[in-house]
Design a protein around this ligand. Structure first.
Ligand SMILES: C[S@@+](CC[C@H](N)C(=O)[O-])C[C@H]1O[C@@H](n2cnc3c(N)ncnc32)[C@H](O)[C@@H]1O
Ligand code: SF4
Length: 378
């Protein structure tokens, strides 16, 4: 299934706004309406090559082809099935890989209505934040994705599925708020009528808790949703599995979330992976309930997805249910999905690790991710 993506690093039209296209068109001595046609070919007609833009003159197409590409990645592999999740492995122009995950209809999680087709997109190659349970950061950070590469994941997934994606979650590989300007540009293009046209309320940005960037994102005038990877209700537990907590602790994070709430009407989601013996104690549930109530957040409980090479295990169903019930008794709306295969993140990052290790791009990451708390931690 794999073919080589274009090797040049020209900017992609999928990451270019109409005013930027207009500036190029004008510099080429062409009338301004050509920019509108190029934008239509790019986003509405989904032209896969500049030569296909048949309403433009040949010389203009040639000049454009020296400045832009329409695609910068190729579909390399797909794993999974239509009724659960399908992980799409995409090869980037520099030979690196990212994953984007198609998730079929399921009861509403990140938006009010049922999510017909959700796509979980990546924002970086690798991740620098080193959360102890996560596959995305296992081989460290390589680079940010461009706005065009973020947008193209949706375009590639829609072409593959022959369907429209109507809900987006930034929960793939990488920390979206560490790639702030590309993220915001991509969201603007994804939201725009002239662009992909996905409503802001159907986009959720998930972050490990970069408090200053949460405030900065709050000031962007789009009603996108926010999910926080909390995974520990006390600083002690959270810092052991999420080193970012040592930089921005829970108090600082929640102060930023209060600021977010002054600018956004939609409720914040607190993501909480349940890992046996690490963060699944019921006193954590009671503290989590208190924290969630303080910002009127809902909680999404995710039984841990096993990552090859990592020692963590998911708790028993009974423990997951007891955790959820403790939250409910504390007055907090909590979602818990016990069936496998429907998880949004679905341990995203593992396909890419396997591919890049096999190709010798990265060394097999032998995780030094063991911590010593509780019974489940080896
Ligand atoms: C991969 S992260 C990407 C977005 C952002 N960096 C963050 O941490 O929120 C998306 C979500 O997947 C979760 N996750 C990572 N590894 C997981 C695993 N093995 N099982 C379940 N969820 C996992 C993260 O904690 C986070 O809530
Ligand atoms: S959970 Fe998010 S921030 Fe943490 S390592 Fe994974 S991708 Fe990075």
């Amino acid at each position: 299934m794999s073919t080589n993506p274009p090797s040049q690093a020209l900017p992609s039209l999928l990451g270019t706004k109409p005013e930027e296209v207009a500036a190029v068109v004008t510099s080429l001595g062409e009338p301004a309406f050509r920019a509108k046609q190029i934008v239509e070919w790019t986003f509405k007609k989904r032209a896969t090559g500049i030569e296909a833009m048949s309403s433009l003159s040949k010389p203009l197409r040639q000049a454009l082809a020296e400045k832009f590409v329409t695609r910068s990645m190729t579909l390399s592999n797909v794993a999974g099935s239509e009724d659960t999740t399908r992980k799409i492995l995409l090869k980037l122009h520099d030979g690196r890989y990212v994953e984007t995950v198609l998730i079929p209809a399921s009861p509403a999680l990140y938006s009010e209505r049922s999510d017909r087709l959700t796509l979980c997109v990546s924002s970086q190659v690798g991740c620098a934040y080193d959360c102890k349970f996560c596959a995305s950061g296992l081989a460290g950070f390589t680079r940010n994705l461009t706005a065009g590469e973020i947008v193209e994941q949706i375009v590639q997934a829609e072409a593959y599925a022959a369907d429209r994606v109507d809900n987006l979650v930034f929960m793939g590989m990488g920390e979206p708020l560490a790639n702030f300007s590309n993220l915001v540009k991509a969201i603007e293009i994804l939201n725009a009528e002239w662009g992909i046209g996905i409503g802001a309320r159907h986009m959720t940005v998930s972050t490990s808790g970069l408090a200053p960037q949460i405030k900065k994102l709050a000031d962007v005038p789009l009603q996108i949703r926010l999910a926080i990877s909390l995974h520990g209700a006390s600083d002690e537990v959270r810092s052991q599995i999420m080193p970012v907590n040592k930089k921005h602790n829970i108090a600082e994070l929640f102060e930023a979330l209060q600021y977010w709430r002054t600018k956004h009407k939609q409720r914040i989601t607190l993501e909480y992976i349940l890992i046996e013996g690490v963060n699944d104690m019921l006193e954590q549930a009671r503290l989590l309930a208190k924290r969630a109530r303080s910002i009127d957040a809902r909680v999404n409980l995710i039984p841990y997805n096993t990552v090859e090479g990592l020692p963590w295990v998911r708790p028993s169903e009974a423990q997951c249910i007891a955790f959820r019930d403790t939250l409910a008794a504390g007055g907090v709306t909590a979602t818990l999905r016990l069936e496998k295969g429907h998880d949004i993140a679905a341990a995203c990052g593992q396909l890419r690790l396997k591919q890049e290790t096999e190709e010798g791009i990265i060394e097999s990451p032998i995780p030094e991710k063991r911590i010593t708390i509780g019974a489940g931690a080896a």
